[in-house]
Design a protein. Structure first.
Length: 267
């Protein structure tokens, strides 16, 4: 077939005029969760149970909805004595921070708002000092996602930033772009930050030390997610272990310990 007869591919565009570059397998609002590598399945099971519990408080419904059965995840500790399980939990929480991390993504369906869900969850940990998880380390809510390229990121900024500032007419905020990039080398970090800053409405000022707003930008391979949060540093960057550690003066408590199970001392 000659080039003149070769069918021409039609370039696709979104309603806001930004091009659709490629199909993504991770999309929509949700929460990125960092965990210890090798504990991904347990992390997903914990996320479903934990997020469902918090969401039922924030967005109660008449029906029970879909229940996720986490028994199939096969936690190898379930058959161990309770004392051994608690000792394993404590040892896992005390492991060095240099331990390899892995991330998973949990999508959220309306009416669940990932920012509200994460803030509620970490504030509960801050108030009680109890970590309701053995595998979850850090949570990153994203209100929307797009391909990790500058044209699509411009559309993402309009989608995420405009609704927030529209809710606060006339108010000027100080802000910081909190960017985290993993396994991506196409766009440089300064280009990411500059491009996003250009999309922030005029009148809002950059403040790197103590900003009122944080624009969280999470880039993983070919996907870019974004959200707007407040009190990000006060909430230890949504790191549940750090929040509990600060609350308890270095003694991280798991949920079972808080409800009366006795900790087994380290050998």
């Amino acid at each position: 077939m000659t080039d003149s007869k070769r069918p021409q591919r039609k370039k696709k565009y979104r309603s806001d005029g930004t091009p659709i570059w490629a199909k993504r397998y991770i999309d929509g609002p949700g929460i990125w969760v960092s965990c210890v590598k090798g504990k991904e399945r347990q992390t997903v099971a914990e996320c479903y149970d934990l997020f469902d519990s918090v969401a039922s408080e924030l967005w109660p419904t008449d029906s029970t909805g879909e229940n996720v059965d986490s028994d199939s995840d096969g936690d190898e500790d379930e058959d161990l004595p309770i004392e051994t399980q608690i000792a394993n939990e404590v040892n896992a929480l005390k492991k060095p921070k240099q331990e390899p991390r892995f991330i998973v993504f949990i999508s959220c369906r309306p009416p669940v708002d990932p920012v509200q869900l994460v803030v509620k969850l970490v504030k509960d940990v801050q108030a009680t000092g109890v970590v309701r998880s053995r595998c979850i380390h850090r949570l990153v809510p994203v209100s929307a996602q797009c391909g990790a390229n500058l044209p699509e990121i411009q559309g993402l900024c309009l989608k995420v930033l405009e609704p927030f500032f529209f809710q606060h007419p006339g108010r000027k905020f100080s802000y910081k772009i909190e960017l985290r990039v993993r396994n991506h080398s196409v766009i440089s970090r300064p280009d990411f930050i500059q491009h996003i800053a250009n999309c922030v409405p005029e009148g809002h000022t950059v403040e790197l030390t103590n900003p009122e707003l944080f624009i969280l930008v999470e880039v993983f391979k070919s996907v870019c997610g974004m959200s707007v949060v407040q009190n990000y540093y006060d909430l230890q960057k949504f790191n549940m272990s750090e929040i509990a550690n600060s609350k308890n003066g270095g003694d991280i408590k798991t949920e079972r310990q808080a409800f009366g199970a006795q900790e087994v001392p380290d050998p």
